[in-house]
Design a protein around this ligand. Sequence first.
Ligand code: C2E
Ligand code: MG
Ligand code: MG
Length: 748
Amino acid sequence: MSTEQTEQIEQIEHKDELFSFDDEAHPRDDASEANTWRVLIVDDDIDVHQSTGFAMANTEVFGRQLEFLHAYSAAQAIEVLREQKHIAVILLDVVMEADDSGLQLVRIIRKELGNSEARIILRTGQPGYAPEMEAIRDYDINDYKTKSELSRNRLYTALTAAVRSYDQISALNASRRGLSMVIRASSQLMARQGVSEFAAGIITQICGLFGLPPEGVVCAYDEAHSPDQALIIAAAGSLTNCINKQLDALPNHAIATALSRCLRERINNYGSHSTTLFFPGQAHNDMAAYLQTEKPLNELDRQLLEVFCSNITITLDNVQLLTQLKDHAYNDQLLHIPNRLAFVHALDRALSEGNLSATTLALIDIDGFSELNDALGHQHGDALLRAVAERLQHRLPTDTLLARVAGDVFGILAATSVVTPANLCELFRQPLQLEQLSQNLTATIGLTCLDQIDGNGADALKAANIALKHGKQHQRGKICHFTRDMEFETRARVRLLQELRSAFDRERLFVVYQPQIALANRQLIGVEALLRWRNDDGSFVSPSEFIPLAESSGLIISLGEWVLRNACHDLRKLIESSGQTLRMAVNVSVTQFRQPNFIEVLDRALAESGIDPQLLELEITESVAVLEPSFMIELLNQIKTRGVCIAIDDFGTGFSSLSYLEQLNIDRLKIDISFVRQMEHSDGSRRIVETIIQLGKSLQLELIAEGIEQESQAQLLTELGCHEGQGYLFSRPLELQALQAFMQVPHA
Ligand code: C2E
Ligand code: MG
Ligand code: MG
């Protein structure tokens, strides 16, 4: 370009406002908004710029004026393209600085600038410089014309075709971009937790889609309310202070009207300055959003919003689901108070906040709840729990955290000055009122101040639980403070249980048999199978120590089955070796009875050993009374139909009612060792023994006394009418071989 030409250009720059690509001088950078089609002329020949401008002056294409931008070199063209958006058509000179400047520029536009929308019409003065067909295809060139060919009409036709194709391509691209924004916006919304946060996200995401400052409200309503009573659950911009108020609290009545109309008509509404969108929710928990959009939205924007709305309606369902899930995860669904997980989180926070001595944790366990539940039904149990939760909420200060941490165990986290024994004792002093029923309750309470805790919330809960368990074992209905000793005790129990498991695995357990004798002639009539655990050092662990542990841990299920099979097996051996028939009594704990497959286990033991079922007796304790009577009666009947006998062990120590006893199909009562031991010294014990014997007779049950150590005890029992006995007087429990030897010796 000559200096003369450059000066001319500068003059034109000043004259022609369309020329400039300086934003300030030409603030309208949005051609689609300005309703023009932007055409960039790239040519080093000024005449071409001018003649094109003149030829096309005041020409409209599809209802819009053409707006010309000018560049006189490839470099200038790149600059214009970098700064100006929405250039629809580029009229490009093929030969400028170099023979292939134009084609080089096309490559840069498409590849480097990434502009695939602008339509390109190549022009050249010299026909011989036509580009290769491949270049036309590869660089997406619309047209190739020699300048002489471009009469006004031809130019118009070429521009019109190029503009049409630009319009289509840019619309397609805009919706593609819009859709991907919608997808991004909805997935960001999905990350919101809870409906209100989600609603706030709707405002920011939609305003973000249109590049507007967030200004709007979202309201929600449910079937119980009318749309006019919808609640504002999120707001942005000047309306923020309306959150959690009803629509009529909005300062602008038009907004309230638009929202309630939207909720009633259940459709989106596009106004000239605002947009109201409808989001159907689950079970008519619908939402509506009002957004200040400042200008009418064009067709594409509306379509995008429709896609956005239907997309986030699905998201809204998910959010509602997540909110529900969260509610289920942290709240007790029956009592609508925090659950164990929420309680542990709160403990974690309290433990990390310091001043631990000021906060105390209490666990409140309702005494005998499961019995009440079984006896009066689950509905009554639920009502009882509700009444307890209500009582606790009323009696404790409002900043107390109350949670349900297990079936009938409530957790309280409060100031140490509040959770005092005196206050806790007061809680259930008055009976609870359940509909027409007045229910007296006691509770066992485990307590620990947080300064006793080494560790996190779960450790704190464990400590309070240790105190609670200790309380339940030793002082029901009382308050039990956690101490380190209890922790040691618990650890010792855990260790003992581990050792028991390993002893069982390593066959360190075995069964001994204690003879049962006919008191009249001292003949052996049966044996009781008793479990033994010998340590590696030869010492014994007492069953009274490990059986309760095996029961509470469930290990008794496999242990009990093993004893039963051994006992049946050994009975067969005894009968075969001695030729005598003999009864075999086996202890069975409640936990075993609870197992749905107990009858199968029994049948298997009988079948495997091949013994006569009538020779087997199961000893159960009165603690079976905790089982549902109908279940128990049915189970005992099933046992009885096999011919197996049932004895009630340690009789007189439990609390079973006589009417219940009568309903159970049993054969024998086993008078507890404590009465036998005491009966010669205490009138009370003697009377109890007499009563049990009378009771047995009237119910036509057999009787056996256990723990007979003295001849005088055997005499007295015989006089009172008890015919059978078991005890050290006759024999200690014996291993199989010793028992076989015992059986060889006449005992009369
Ligand atoms: P139990 O069923 O009442 O067994 C009688 C207990 O009294 C046995 O204690 C026995 O050794 C003891 N005994 C018998 N005669 C005398 C006596 O003259 N004087 C004294 N002082 N004690 C006598 P052991 O073997 O220590 O068993 C204790 C409890 O452990 C049993 O009481 C039973 O409830 C339970 N047990 C033992 N083996 C099993 C078993 O295999 N399964 C289940 N579920 N429980 C078992
Ligand atoms: Mg027994
Ligand atoms: Mg006993």
